[in-house]
Design a binder for this molecule. Structure first.
Ligand SMILES: [Zn+2]
Length: 116
């Protein structure tokens, strides 16, 4: 007989191993191994897996750095200008001639830096 784990969330379902648990940090998706409740679908990630995700996020510069930087937009006759913070310019090695792609998610704007 294999040991079954009760779901701590709904206390009804049992947890089954899952290797396709997806976490999102600031628009980046991480796939992790953990357990998923057959009843309510709640997902649980092991401490080790969670740590791995944090390490990966750190490498991408998504963790432990202030993600929200306050900046004011500037209105000109040709449109609204957003000035990129200097520290972002440095950490992303942006030269200033790159092409970018915008995507919108609610009130957030994601900027993908494409090659020059
Ligand atoms: Zn559950």
């Amino acid at each position: 007989m294999s040991k079954t784990m009760k779901c701590p969330s709904c206390e009804q379902g049992t947890l089954a191993p899952a290797s396709d648990i997806i976490s999102e940090i600031d628009g980046h998706f991480f796939v992790e191994v953990g357990d998923r409740c057959a009843q309510c679908g709640e997902e649980f990630i092991g401490e080790k897996e969670g740590q791995k995700m944090i390490e990966a996020a750190k490498k991408l510069g998504l963790w432990g750095e202030p993600i929200k930087l306050g900046r004011k937009l500037t209105k000109t006759s040709r449109g609204i200008i957003f000035r990129l913070p200097k520290d972002l310019e440095k950490s992303l090695h942006i030269k200033g001639n790159e092409h970018i792609a915008f995507s919108r998610a609610g009130k957030r704007i994601y900027i993908d830096i494409l090659s020059a």
